[in-house]
Design a protein around this ligand. Sequence first.
Ligand code: IVH
Length: 675
Amino acid sequence: MSMQIETEINQLREEINYHLYRYHVLDAPVISDAEYDALYAELLALEQAHPDLITPDSPTQRTGAAPVSAFEKVVHPAPILSLASAHSLAEVYAWRARIGRLLPDDTALDYVVEPKIDGLTVVLTYREGLFVQGATRGNGEVGEDVSQNLRTLAALPRRIPVDPGSPLRPPAYLVVRGEVFFPLDRFAAFNEAQMAAGERIYMNPRNAASGSLRQLDPQITAARPLTLFCYDFVAWEGEGVPPTQAARLQLLRDLGFPLPPAGDITPLTALEQIDDLYAQWIARRNQLNYEVDGLVIKINDRPLADSLGYVGKDPRGALALKFPAQEKNTKLLNVVVNVGRTGVLAPAAELEPVEIGGVVVKNATLHNYDEIARKDIRLGDTVVVKRAGDVIPYIVGPVVELRQGDERVIELPTHCPACGAPAGRVPGEVALYCDNPACPAQLVRRVEYFVSRGAMDIETFGAQTAALLIEQGLIHDVADIYTLDRSALLALEGFQEKKVDNLLAGIEASKQAPAGRLLTALGIRFVGSVVAGLLLDDLGSLDALAAADEARLMTIEGIGPQTAAAVVAWFADERHQHLLHKLRQAGLQFALTRPGQTLDTLAGLTFVITGTLPTLTREEAKALIEQHGGKVTGAVSKNTSYLLAGEKAGSKLAKAGQLGVPILDEAALRAMLSP
Ligand code: IVH
């Protein structure tokens, strides 16, 4: 029995690790998210029933082990070197001339050019193919053991080769070097959520990566979207490593390590090709989802490169060619207060316009007032402004040496600049708030959010329209957009018939938006589209959600105490109940209709599918159940209504037996569906 379960667990792990790799490393998933979730739930249930079978390479261990009080020190197997930098093409050619003097005349060299990822170096150790340790660079000789945190990264191979079909054998001992980074598209939203939760915010994606990886509690790291790219071997035992950098990168890729897309790694047959490549990269560096601060030019012939030796800690065989800085000094002219959707009063900097990386920057975020105080930023200061990727420019800090003496301390706002209500601070939170729910500035933000993509998605309803309608007194809450009067709109300046009709058609169409989008659009704290999906998947409707208490909400996977409290508080507010009433009158969707559902024969029933069915694939069986309003989950529990079992059903059948869950075969399911 136990042997059989162990085999099943191992198969599931292999399968799940492979799908993580397809998704996070290859960006080419072969199963749906729901199927992945089902596999994961199955493994989790098996492991919970057999905790003695849990191993560190299990994908379930990614959610984070127990906190530690301090990181252990790790001595690296070889020094983790750094790189000499060049800031111009001329310096690249000077480097080539210098190494040329150490080589026989006319030695032809070819190179590999990689993006230089601005993240945090990690050193990953594998024994017999199993990830056993991961460390930070530290001082290059000794780093910190952050293995448990690294295990939470979906892109990190826990066992190599990752592809179970790969013919490669893992070396007995392998140490790989890579760079952990925080994806840029997640950075702004992450900081916003941190701020909303009264947690610290990070200056830039690099700090966020470093701060997230160096958490003593791996659960925190697990909740951050960290990922990594690998680029070198530090040590290797067993068969030899390939002699060229290009082949090494390919081997890393074949073993399942994450690398930048192949198109972003360029072989050069002549160094002169770097001129065009450098220009191309500078033009597109801000379009990538990670911060690249330059290119790394590496001599492809590694034994030759290594034979050139070092200057200090920098190997001669490679060179970092930095991009022009995206950082400039300018004057902080003014600090204005922006009012957010939830009433947060956020400071924003007005700057003397300055060109950074081809874009004129006039505004920058200052995050919050604690940040201003911590950095001691003053009005009139010369400040360092940085642009990083597509992230809004931010102020790195003041240049204290350039102070004239007439700089002024930035005062905290005592009142909301839009409505004049007194500013308050929620105990334990960093942010200042405007506590007036009728504040027109908040309303503008709420309407903008309500109609935005991912929420009600009314394309014809822009930010300017929101501001104008509120200013004209045509809407007083988000529900009022559903009772807008055509003639009142036509009376507005610039609103011709066509524009008004488009606007009204967009508003009308949004009434059919699924309940999840409506829940997102309400703008409840901590309830973005993902959380809205979790809540509705479980509860089915906004009415059920309104009736749920905190304890009930916290039984939902992914819902924590903070979110539960925010949801309950939102629905308890009478003004919100009134708003919901108006939205219901307008005919919006309050209950979930599952995609593809046409009938409700199986409504309220939860199925688990196991084994091989005679005619349906699992996917087809799932679609059939969902079409009839039923739900399919991955693991058998006391909430399972039926187990749909085919041939070679394994542990789920036994579990269903134990829990008294009724078991159906395909014919019995079909019988339930026939009228
Ligand atoms: S090669 C001896 N390749 O940049 C090998 N480094 O100043 C030296 N980095 O500390 C590193 N992307 O953290 C190399 N493709 C890449 C890199 C890269 C980012 C970082 C690494 C290193 C620093 C060099």
